[in-house]
Design a protein around this ligand. Structure first.
Ligand SMILES: NC(=O)c1ccc[n+]([C@@H]2O[C@H](COP(=O)([O-])OP(=O)(O)OC[C@H]3O[C@@H](n4cnc5c(N)ncnc54)[C@H](OP(=O)(O)O)[C@@H]3O)[C@@H](O)[C@H]2O)c1
Length: 295
């Protein structure tokens, strides 16, 4: 049986992967940042050698420096986690013949396209976060490990702290919420992504491949916020459109970063369902959702 080693296990995605894997009876060892600092070469060697890592093992790397704005003034730390860490993991996997699934981001692209980015489209990040994540991808590719780099985008769980959870909270606090309508992407439910990554983990793969995994379809943040309001029975007209120029942040956000799922489907993996369907499910399950609140 495949055994999985999971990094970044207390993060949004890592938490869902561990939960799903355990409920499916998979063998998984999950490590948070205090147990396994992926940028510490000694820790990588120690954990790989003490966890019976064999060619049948797969490491899923969910560890990352994800504070996109903070990274603009914290490049050294972002590089350590997003570039050095994945390189360490990939080199260690290459040495023992284990497979590596490395999660990456739409921010490796310039974000100025008008049609979905294919997985082999030219990259061109415009933020420190994007540049460090791209450096991580390159380190994984160069390692010689059997690796799948999986880019995703706009991940939410519908709980406190993420965009969907934040919209739910703001609905309760404010009469109107202003949300940008000039950034387009693919909202992605963390549980759907976790299931997709576990499907991939069960596959044999060799060489290095780059795939995209998001829920299907596209939306603006404004569309997503309105959909959240609709799902929780609030008037979606309380969400008002505004432009990115009204919300200037340290790191520029991509105007269009929809990721094509062609390579994922061509690899025989199950396409993730439409984002609107996934959102409905997410809000039904979340601690804020109707089923949790009202039974
Ligand atoms: N969330 C999104 O919308 C989104 C979009 C595109 C791509 N992604 C990618 O998806 C992956 C998972 O993201 P996420 O949303 O789950 O992020 P997250 O919630 O921020 O989780 C990242 C985890 O990495 C851990 N970490 C940080 N530095 C570490 C280190 N040196 N060694 C080991 N662990 C470390 C963090 O632990 P501490 O909190 O203890 O530091 C945190 O638990 C990342 O690769 C991210 O780039 C996310």
């Amino acid at each position: 049986m495949t055994n999985i080693l999971l990094t970044g296990a207390r993060g949004q995605l890592g938490t869902r992967i561990e939960t799903l894997a355990r409920s499916a009876g998979l063998a998984i060892a999950a490590f948070d940042s205090s147990q396994w600092d992926i940028a510490d070469l000694g820790a990588v060697e120690r954990i790989m050698s003490s966890n019976d890592v064999t060619p049948n093992s797969v490491v899923i790397n969910c560890a990352a420096y994800t504070a996109v704005d903070a990274a603009e003034s914290d490049e050294a730390v972002a590089t350590r986690v997003n570039a050095v860490g994945p390189g360490n993991l990939a080199d260690a996997c290459a040495r023992v013949g284990a497979r590596l699934i490395h999660v990456s981001t739409d921010y490796v692209f310039p974000g100025d396209a008008h049609t979905p980015y294919e997985s082999d489209a030219p990259t061109g990040p415009s933020t420190v976060y994007g540049r460090t994540k791209l450096a991580g991808e390159e380190a994984v590719r160069e390692s010689g490990a059997a690796s799948a780099i999986v880019r995703t985008a706009w991940v939410y769980s519908g709980e406190a702290g993420d965009f969907v959870g934040t919209m739910r909270r703001l609905e309760a606090e404010r009469e109107f919420v202003d949300v940008v309508d000039d950034q387009i992407g693919s909202p992605t439910y963390s549980l759907d992504l976790a299931a997709g990554l576990l499907e991939l983990a069960a596959r044999p793969f060799t060489g290095s491949t780059t795939l995209h995994a998001t829920n299907a379809g596209q939306a603006s943040w404004f569309d997503l916020a309105r959909a959240v309001f609709e799902e929780i029975g609030a008037d979606p007209n309380r969400v008002r459109p505004c432009s990115s120029a009204q919300f200037v942040r340290p790191a520029p956000r991509p105007a269009y970063s929809v990721l094509s799922g062609h390579a994922w489907a061509a690899a025989g993996l199950s396409p993730l369902r439409p984002w609107r369907e996934a959102l409905h499910d997410a809000l039904g399950r979340s601690q804020f959702g109707r089923s949790a609140a009202g039974g």
